[in-house]
Write a protein that binds this ligand. Structure first.
Ligand code: URP
Ligand code: ZN
Ligand code: ZN
Length: 465
């Protein structure tokens, strides 16, 4: 008996290759990928399945304080939903509230995750208060400890940074070797639009989309790129919604700047029309997220960006709030204006099926590109490679066994998150996760959770080289 577990006869797909092979696993590590491997203590027949690296979702929000609203997922339910969607690693954000230290914020956040997670996890930080001690001491020392990526915001009252602050933070990231994730929407333009819409009585959820048009995202994307050029720092423009910001990123990449791009399911599967509702009791609030979903032409622009390599990663931006809940989308203040509806939608469990179905099945991307966009590139961008993100000897045995023929209709009743709805209700997809394996342990099979809280390990990332 050579292996603890052999995945027998599947079609092994990596970002580079598609081969028929067995995968031999011992001690949670892939030991061999080849033909006719020796028997394992346990064997799984994968003959009709794809065997792919477990999904890595490098943009999720779990247990995050959010402007007075309560997030529907903590670490336990969020990572449970993640493994049910074929993911094995997630990367949520440790937020620095204004006035608080960065290290204490990271430590408090880590304490919430310890022992609670079904999936492996590493943290980005959110820097909202770049004081001299944050820039001079805390940020460099956290980056040296392996917290090598953090997000900054160009909007949201309690998170927005001024241009001067962005430049200071970018320069600090440059000197300590961190990657900065940037939320690109212009704060003043959104406030101007919001005030104008409210004065005209336009307060329904749909006006959330009107208040932050694509020009607002394009302008902020260009500004972030210019600041990154000035400070010579690599940046990741997150959750890109349409053509105009996509073209800004492409322009920067063609100029040779280290500007990377991320997009998400909502920008290929939802439109601003989903936010339409006559009053606050209508369902428009279910789709309120930022940047807002746009239109069908934007879907095509996003596909163009995916196909041509403008986007390296496809993440969920899972940011779940319950809908029918006084602490969620329909909180009392949220009923008065779109301004107060918490921003964010659930999607950690549906990311892979949506991209597989609309991308691979509908012929827009190859299955190898699917693996790159959902796993390998996340590991490479965020310092988890070569431990995570591929199938080869020495990698963690994080796998998803995928039925490429399985037809499913996305419905709230089959999902495992803490939200009370899915924005993708009724979406028919082809391709579905049958089993998720975390470091050699099957943690999800055919709709059933087999893993336990605490199976997921905290991943300490190496310091920048
Ligand atoms: O609406 C969104 N995207 N909420 C999550 C927070 C963020 O900006 O990523
Ligand atoms: Zn954001
Ligand atoms: Zn986000």
């Amino acid at each position: 008996m050579t292996y603890d577990l052999v995945i027998r006869g599947g079609t092994v797909v990596t970002a580079a290759d598609t081969v028929r092979a067995d995968v031999g696993i011992s001690g949670g590590i892939i030991r061999a990928v080849g033909l006719d491997l020796d028997r394992g203590a346990k064997e799984i027949d994968a003959s009709s399945l794809l065997v792919m690296p477990g999904g890595i979702d490098s943009h999720v929000h779990l247990a995050q304080p959010f402007n007075g609203a309560k997030m529907a997922d903590g670490f336990e339910s969020g990572t449970r939903s993640a493994i049910a969607g074929g993911n094995t690693t997630v990367m949520p954000f440790a937020t620095q509230p204004r006035g608080a230290g960065l290290r204490v914020s990271v430590e408090e956040y880590k304490a919430l995750a310890d022992g609670a997670c079904y999936a492996d996890h590493a943290f980005h930080m959110i820097v909202s208060d770049p004081t001299p001690s944050v820039l001079g001491q805390e940020l460099p020392s956290l980056v040296a400890d392996g917290y090598t990526s953090f997000k900054v915001f160009m909007t949201y009252d309690d998170l927005v940074l001024s241009d001067r602050q962005l430049l200071e933070v970018f320069e600090c990231a440059r000197s300590c070797g961190a990657l900065v994730m940037v939320h690109c929407e212009g704060y003043d333009a959104i406030r101007f639009m919001t005030d104008r819409l409210e004065r005209a009585g336009r307060t329904a959820p749909y006006y959330h989309a009107v208040s932050r048009p694509e020009s607002v995202e394009r302008e902020a994307t260009h500004r972030a790129i210019s600041h990154a050029e000035l400070t010579d720092v690599p940046i990741m423009i997150v959750h890109v919604s349409g053509r105009e910001p996509m073209e800004q990123i492409r322009w920067a990449q063609l100029k040779g700047l280290k500007v990377y791009g991320e997009t998400c399911p909502q920008y290929i599967a939802l439109t601003a029309d989903d936010l339409r509702g006559l009053n606050m009791d209508e369902t428009g609030g279910k789709y309120v997220c930022s940047p807002p979903p746009r239109d069908h032409a934007s879907w095509e622009a996003i596909w163009e960006g995916i196909r041509t390599g403008v986007f390296q990663v496809f993440s969920s931006d899972h940011c779940p709030f319950r809908y029918d809940d006084v602490e969620g989308k329909l909180r009392p203040q949220g009923r008065t204006s779109f301004r107060w509806v918490p921003n964010g939608i659930p999607g950690i469990e549906t990311r892979l099926p949506i991209l597989y179905s609309k991308g691979v099945v509908e012929g827009r991307i190859t299955v190898n590109e699917f693996v790159a966009l959902t796993s390998t590139n996340h590991a490479k961008m965020y310092g988890l490679y070569p431990r995570k993100g591929s199938i080869a000897p020495g990698f963690d045995a994080d796998l998803v066994l995928w039925d490429p023929q399985r037809k499913e209709t996305i419905r709230q009743e089959i999902l495992h998150h803490g939200a009370d709805y899915t924005p993708y209700e009724g979406l028919a997809v082809t391709g579905w996760p049958v089993m998720t394996i975390l470091r050699g342990k099957p943690v999800f099979e055919e709709g059933r959770i087999l893993g336990e809280p605490g199976d997921g390990q905290f991943l300490k990332r190496p310091p920048p080289r």
